[in-house]
Design a protein around this ligand. Structure first.
Ligand code: KG4
Ligand code: ZN
Length: 339
C-alpha cells in the first residue's frame, strides 16, 4: 500500500490529501468555509453540506495534481465517517465510496479524533508509542492515551464546552469575528494575561475539563466592566485561563501515566501561547513535546489518510457498507487501568 487519498468533510473544511506509506504528505488541500459561516457566528450545517458538495471534486483534482499523482496510482481511500455534522460527513463518505467503485480500490472510514492523533505522527516520525495527546478543537477537548496504531483511550474530556468553543463564544461576547480563536489570539498578543482574574475549573484532581463557567464569567465581566478594561488585557487574561487548565491537566495526566511524550492536536493547538506554555512545562519535566504545524492541527485530510494506512496495509476495507455517524465516542478508560 503506497499512495492513499484522504477525504475530510466533518465540519466546515473540505479537504483532500495524498499521503505515501502513511508518512509522507504529497499534498494536503483544504478549502475552508469559515468566511461563509462568519455572518452567523458559527457553522450552519446545511450551508456546510452544500459547500462540500460543490467543492469536494475540485479539491480532489487539486490534491492529485499537487501530488503529481494519477488516479491509477491511488491504492486506497480514507474518509472521515464519524463523528461530525452528519450531512457534511455524508458528502465525503458518498464521494469516497463512488471513487472506490470507480477506481476498484478499498475504502476505510476514520474516526475524526483518531485523525487528529495522526497529525502528531506525521509531524514527528520519531514519536514512539505510547504517547499522550491533547486534542483541542471547536468540538473536542480530550486527553487521549495512544497505546499503539489500533488502541487509543480517552482518559479525560470536557464535561461541557470544548476549549475552542469557549474561545469562539467568548470572542463573540467581546465583539470579535468568527472563528474567535485566531482573532482572540491576535488581540491577546498585546495584552496583560494577569489583568483580569478569570476562574479556572479544576474539577478536583480529575483529568476532566469544564469551560462553560469561564464563558459565563466572561459574559458577566463584559456586562459589568462596560468597556473600561482594555480589550487586549481581557483577551490575554481569558486565553491564559484556558491555557493554564489545558497545560496543568495534561501534565497531571502525563505524570500519572509516566508519559515520555506529549502531543497536541486540533485547531486550538494552532495557538502560539498554548504551544509555548506546553513546550516549557514539558521541558521542565524532561517530557518530549510534539506540536504539529498549524496546517496539520486544524481539520485536514492528510491526517485522515495517515490514520487509515495501517488498516489499508493489512488489506482491510469497509466497502459499500460504510456509513456516516454523527456521534461515536472513543473508549474512555480510567487512567489507573492503563499504568
Ligand atoms: O480542529 P478544528 O479546525 O475544527 C474542529 O474539529 O472543531 O478547530 C477549530 C477550532 C475553533 O474553535 C477555532 O476558534 C480554534 O480551533 N482555533 C484557535 C486558534 N486557531 C483555531 N483557538 C485559539 N487560538 C488559535 N490560534
Ligand atoms: Zn477537528
Amino acid at each position: 500500500m503506497n499512495r492513499v487519498i484522504g477525504l475530510e468533510t466533518s465540519c466546515d473544511e473540505t479537504s483532500a490529501a495524498v499521503v505515501a506509506r502513511g508518512a509522507t504528505v504529497l499534498s494536503n488541500v483544504v478549502a475552508s468555509q469559515a468566511h461563509l459561516h462568519a455572518r452567523w457566528g458559527g457553522v450552519v450545517p446545511e450551508v456546510a453540506s452544500r459547500m462540500h458538495v460543490e467543492r469536494m471534486l475540485p479539491v480532489i483534482v487539486e490534491a492529485l495534481e499537487r501530488a503529481e499523482t494519477k488516479a491509477s496510482d491511488i491504492e486506497g481511500i480514507a474518509v472521515t465517517n464519524r463523528p461530525g455534522l452528519v450531512g457534511a460527513l455524508v458528502v465525503g463518505v458518498a464521494c469516497a465510496k463512488a471513487l472506490a467503485l470507480a477506481w476498484k480500490v478499498p475504502v476505510v472510514g476514520v474516526h475524526h479524533l483518531v485523525g487528529h492523533l495522526y497529525a502528531a505522527r506525521l509531524a514527528c516520525p520519531a514519536l514512539s508509542d505510547p504517547f499522550l495527546c491533547l486534542v483541542v478543537s471547536g468540538g473536542h477537548t480530550e486527553l487521549i492515551w495512544v497505546q499503539d496504531a489500533d488502541r487509543a483511550y480517552v482518559v479525560g474530556r470536557t464535561k461541557d464546552d470544548a476549549a475552542g468553543e469557549c474561545f469562539d463564544k467568548s470572542a463573540r461576547l467581546l465583539g470579535l469575528p468568527y472563528p474567535g480563536g485566531p482573532a482572540l489570539e491576535r488581540l491577546a498578543s498585546g495584552g496583560d494575561p494577569g489583568a483580569v482574574r478569570f476562574p479556572r475549573a479544576w474539577l478536583g484532581d480529575t483529568l476532566d475539563f469544564s469551560f462553560s463557567g469561564l464563558k459565563t464569567a466572561v459574559a458577566r465581566f463584559v456586562a459589568e466592566d462596560r468597556g473600561q478594561t482594555p480589550l487586549p488585557d481581557v483577551a490575554a487574561s481569558l486565553q491564559q485561563a484556558i491555557i493554564d487548565v489545558l497545560v496543568q491537566k495534561t501534565l497531571l495526566a502525563a505524570e500519572r501515566l509516566s508519559a515520555r511524550a506529549v502531543a497536541l492536536g486540533g485547531g486550538v493547538a494552532a495557538n502560539s501561547a498554548l504551544k509555548r506554555a506546553m513546550q516549557v512545562a514539558c521541558e521542565e519535566r524532561g517530557i518530549a513535546c510534539v506540536v504539529p504545524p498549524a496546517e496539520l492541527c486544524t481539520d485536514n485530510a492528510a491526517m485522515i489518510a495517515a490514520a487509515a494506512w495501517h488498516r489499508l496495509e493489512r488489506g482491510e476495507s469497509d466497502g459499500m457498507e460504510l456509513d456516516a455517524l454523527a456521534t461515536e465516542y472513543l473508549p474512555a478508560v480510567a487512567w489507573e487501568a492503563l499504568r
